[in-house]
Design a protein around this ligand. Structure first.
Ligand SMILES: Cc1cc2nc3c(=O)[nH]c(=O)nc-3n(C[C@H](O)[C@H](O)[C@H](O)COP(=O)(O)OP(=O)(O)OC[C@H]3O[C@@H](n4cnc5c(N)ncnc54)[C@H](O)[C@@H]3O)c2cc1C
Length: 457
């Protein structure tokens, strides 16, 4: 590098940008990493509730299903830098990791800051120049070089890697800047929507038997359906998202009731299917978007009914509520939802067949109305982004703009929870880092005096 000229400039010091910058430098390039925040890796620090679920050992077997529509785009970079190598990379930086449930890997320290510190030490060792408080406002290509402009000046480079992340959790710096930069050079960006987001529910219970809203029941139960359930976790629930009564998607896993709706893996993985275009607003206004929660997904409805019947015969004088709790293994506040007010205090021997069947039916399909598509700011990940068709999946280089690369969450790729999104960042960052260094080493560039003249214009 001479003056303001570099081989590779990386925009954004998140996981993808740091990986790209370190890799390019290790491969021999002079690298500048520009970050708009006062420090790198703000979102990385939040990952895994501060523990950083850095990858998932099962990814190579299930990535096609876990990354949805554009999963195939990741094949090349994942084979080049699979989870095992990501783990070996961090171990070589002094951060061993261990496996938890479903193949998820976390650093032994249980702290995401150790991953960030290791990356920063790696960048220092590779002599990457990091400039913080540098918000990139434009990029343009001229005479075989890219010119990257921030509030403080302009830099020239053979290759530019855009790693500005998505548009969710904007307080971390990821505000969707990369979409504008891409559009300015002719790239298209697919529709943006929340992924891995909580689902916001109305405090309203529908009649699970008929699907008809029972106005009085909803009034009566409004206070407990949402608010009073807040804080309850179900270890295993199945959630179905319905739009105009048609099943859009289903998921199963642990579920958390919050004061606004539902969260936890079972709810969050459905959020990417919430209708989210402007014209979909009427679906919410007309209460046509609902979720059905199966509280006992491991038990078939007819079997559940038989279990209740058996328990009622064994303990006819026991309060029906406590019997249901015992048989279905559900928390008290959740069980309350299955009962009409009148049924709450009665013993099992006074419950009719119809009432018993209704309890089971609601347990299998507790239904709430979704208020609206979750705001992008609340999503863990952004669905949509840089249209992957325009990029080479092995190198992440643009097919139309030579020397321009896109990595990480800025791409139109969203993964399930479980370390999938960070694996995307590591692997695509690595691929672009290697390819850009290679390109910079083989492409002759304009003489420095011409670049200096341009930079001073
Ligand atoms: C609360 C939370 C928990 C999560 N937990 C996990 C988890 O455990 N495992 C997992 O796999 N994924 C997790 N994710 C998702 C994961 O954090 C992201 O997918 C990942 O951080 C994306 O990496 P990235 O480098 O592409 O973008 P980002 O991490 O968003 O980084 C982009 C960087 O670019 C900078 N930037 C933006 N615009 C500019 C500009 N104009 N100029 C200069 N710099 C700019 C930003 O300030 C930021 O530092 C979580 C997300 C959230 C919000």
């Amino acid at each position: 590098m001479t003056g303001n000229r570099y081989d590779v400039i990386v925009i954004g010091a998140g996981p993808a940008g740091m990986m790209a910058a370190g890799t390019a430098s290790e491969a021999g390039a002079n690298v500048l990493l520009l970050e708009k925040n006062e420090s790198p890796g703000k979102k990385l620090l939040l990952t895994g509730h501060g523990r950083c679920n850095l990858t998932n050992i099962r990814i190579m077997d299930n990535y096609r299903e876990k990354y949805h529509e554009n999963a195939r785009f990741l094949s090349g970079s994942f084979h080049a830098f699979p989870p095992e190598e990501v783990l070996a990379f961090f171990a070589s930086l002094g951060v061993p990791a261990h496996e938890e449930e479903d193949g998820r890997y976390f650093p032994d320290s249980q702290k995401s800051v150790t991953i960030l510190d290791a990356l920063l030490a790696y960048l220092e060792k590779q002599h990457v120049t990091i400039r913080t408080n540098e918000e990139v406002t434009s990029i343009r290509s001229q005479d075989g070089l890219w010119h990257v402009t921030t509030g403080h000046g302009s830099f020239a480079t053979v290759c530019v890697i855009i790693a500005t992340g998505g548009a969710s959790f904007p307080q971390t710096g990821s505000r969707g800047d990369g979409y504008g930069l891409l559009r300015s050079v002719g790239h298209s960006v697919t529709d943006l929507a929340p992924a891995l987001a909580p689902i916001l529910l109305r405090n309203l219970l529908r009649d699970a038997q008929t699907g008809r809203e029972t106005a009085q029941a909803s009034q009566d139960k409004a206070s407990m359906s949402g608010l009073s359930l807040s804080g309850i976790t179900l270890e295993d629930a199945a959630v179905t998202l319905l739009v105009e009564k048609n099943c859009v998607s289903k998921s199963r896993g642990s579920l958390l009731f919050t004061h606004q709706g539902i969260s936890g893996p079972a709810a969050m993985s459905l959020s990417r299917y919430l209708p989210s275009r402007d014209e979909d607003k009427s679906l919410y206004d007309e209460e046509k978007v609902t979720v059905q929660i199966d509280l006992i997904p491991g038990i078939r409805e007819d079997v559940a009914d038989q279990m209740l019947l058996g328990a009622m015969a064994e303990e006819p004088n026991r309060q029906m509520r406590s019997l249901v709790r015992r048989v279905f293994g559900l928390p008290e506040r959740v069980v309350d939802l299955l009962f009409e007010e009148a049924l709450k205090e009665i013993p099992a021997n006074r419950v009719t067949k119809q009432q018993r069947k209704e309890i089971t039916r609601i347990a299998k399909a507790l239904t709430f109305t979704v208020v609206c598509s979750t705001p992008l700011a609340l999503a863990y990940v952004t669905r949509g982004g840089a249209d992957v068709k325009a990029f080479d999946p092995k190198t992440m280089e643009s097919r139309s703009c030579e020397g321009l690369y896109v990595v990480g969450e800025l791409l139109d790729i969203d993964g399930e929870s479980g370390g999938y999104n960070l694996q995307n960042a590591w692997a695509t960052g690595r691929a672009a880092g290697e390819a850009s260094a290679q390109r910079a080493s083989t492409h002759s560039t304009m003489p420095q005096n011409m670049i200096d003249a341009q930079n001073n214009r």
